[in-house]
Write a protein that binds this ligand. Structure first.
Ligand code: HEM
Length: 380
């Protein structure tokens, strides 16, 4: 993948691909131009196929100004840097719990036994999804996202996984609606309760927007964080001397996490649609075109990152695009950083003999949107 991205940066940094009818952006400066110009590059697209689209269409990630601004400021009002910092002790406790659980076996699948349960517990507690409903939520989102990663355009909408995904979406929506009603009657200390009463310029979320928002937060805050943790473990397994150094100098974790984000971004890219004719990198792109911005490629552009293929845990500055840029830049970045900067040092500190089991080849997630593995066996 990265060799291909490198060759595209060199030979066709802005490329039209007729088979998929898509434009691809590989260079850093062109990527920033697209992300920072929401007027020319719209986020209002048929997102994630017919399944995701219904739930995500009403959310901020799929909206342009001015609607985007209202939704984002409603959330930003209650989901602040400060509210994230308050989660730190819980993230530590959840991590400790998971480490204690796997310790006796001396073995774990870092994705299934560590990253998933950690990210899932944190996002569920934050939103206020009751413990007994969490397995169902995970099952529903797995049915929806499995379908999306594996999506094969030739398959019909009548096939079984598609039907399962539609049923899952429906069940998740209904559960969320019930949950909203309960919280309206009896508010708790969770994001859902706070969002029900959040107000900006006399405006509040309506029911449908709130369901969409919960779905977006769940989806955005879950898989991405799982893959950040998984990719971090893979990076440090590939560079054991850096892992060793982080054990001796834990202050380096903050720049190391930024470098992991740059080097192995959980999302390979984002998509936009042109609203009118526009120039990018000297190429004229017509209106209504689908644009794929390759974050993973921009992050290795030598113009911004000297020796871009070199994994350097002290790299500064490190203006990677892993959390996007511009008005849609990731709202959950402080939470993702908190989870990584809590869980990773604890993992390496408590399991000094940690190493990857290499008996089977890594199984990368298919589909070209997400960068991460399905399983990551470790011994310690
Ligand atoms: C948006 C990446 C974790 C919530 C985005 C975008 C990216 C991104 C690239 C921009 C999408 C676009 O421009 O079209 C990531 C990565 C994460 C992560 C790599 C983990 C390592 C989270 C978490 C949450 C979250 C933990 C929530 C708790 C959101 C939301 C948006 C967003 C709500 C939409 C913002 C808007 O449209 O204004 N994320 N994200 N993300 N992310 Fe994240």
């Amino acid at each position: 993948l990265f060799a291909w991205l490198e060759s595209m940066r060199a030979t066709g940094p802005v490329t039209y691909e007729p088979t998929t009818n898509k434009w691809h952006i590989f260079g850093y400066r062109d990527a920033v131009q697209v992300l920072e110009d929401a007027a020319s590059f719209s986020s209002d697209l048929e997102r994630g196929g017919p399944i995701g689209a219904v739930l995500l269409a009403s959310t901020m990630i799929a909206q342009d100004p001015p609607e985007h601004q209202l939704l984002r400021s409603l959330v930003a009002q209650v989901f602040t840097q400060q509210s994230v910092e308050l989660l730190a002790p819980r993230v530590r406790a959840i991590t400790q719990d998971l480490l204690d659980k796997v310790r006796p076996a001396g073995y774990m699948d870092a994705i299934q036994d560590f990253a998933y349960p950690l990210a899932m517990k944190v996002i569920s507690e934050l939103l206020g999804i009751p413990v007994e409903q969490r397995p169902a939520f995970r099952h529903w989102s797995d049915s929806m996202f499995f379908r999306q990663h594996e999506r094969d355009e030739s398959q019909s909408e009548q096939d079984e996984p598609y039907q399962r995904a539609v049923a899952a979406r429906q069940a998740m929506r209904e559960s969320l609606l019930v949950l909203l009603q309960e919280r309206r009657r009896m508010p708790q200390h969770d994001l859902i309760s706070q969002l029900l009463v959040a107000e900006v310029a006399g405006k509040r979320f309506n029911e449908e927007q709130l369901v969409g928002f919960c779905f977006l937060f769940w989806a955005a805050g879950y898989e991405t964080t799982v893959n950040l943790l998984g990719n971090a473990i893979l990076c440090l397994d590939e560079y054991p001397r850096d892992a060793e150094r982080l054990r001796r100098e834990p202050d380096l974790w903050s720049t190391a996490i930024e470098e992991i984000l740059r080097y192995s971004p959980p999302l390979l890219g984002v998509t936009r649609r042109t609203t009118g004719e526009v120039m990018v990198g000297g190429k004229q792109i017509p209106a209504g075109q689908s644009i794929r911005v390759w974050i993973a490629s921009a992050n290795r552009d030598a113009e911004l990152f000297p020796y871009p293929d070199h994994f350097n845990i002290q790299r500064t500055p490190n203006p990677h695009l892993t959390f996007g840029r511009g008005i849609h830049s990731c709202l959950g970045a402080p939470l993702a950083r908190l989870e990584a900067s809590t869980a990773l040092p604890m993992l390496w500190q408590q399991f000094p003999a940690l190493h990857r089991v290499r008996r089977e080849p890594l199984q990368w997630i298919e589909g070209g949107a997400v960068y991460g593995v399905r399983h990551l066996p470790l011994e310690f």
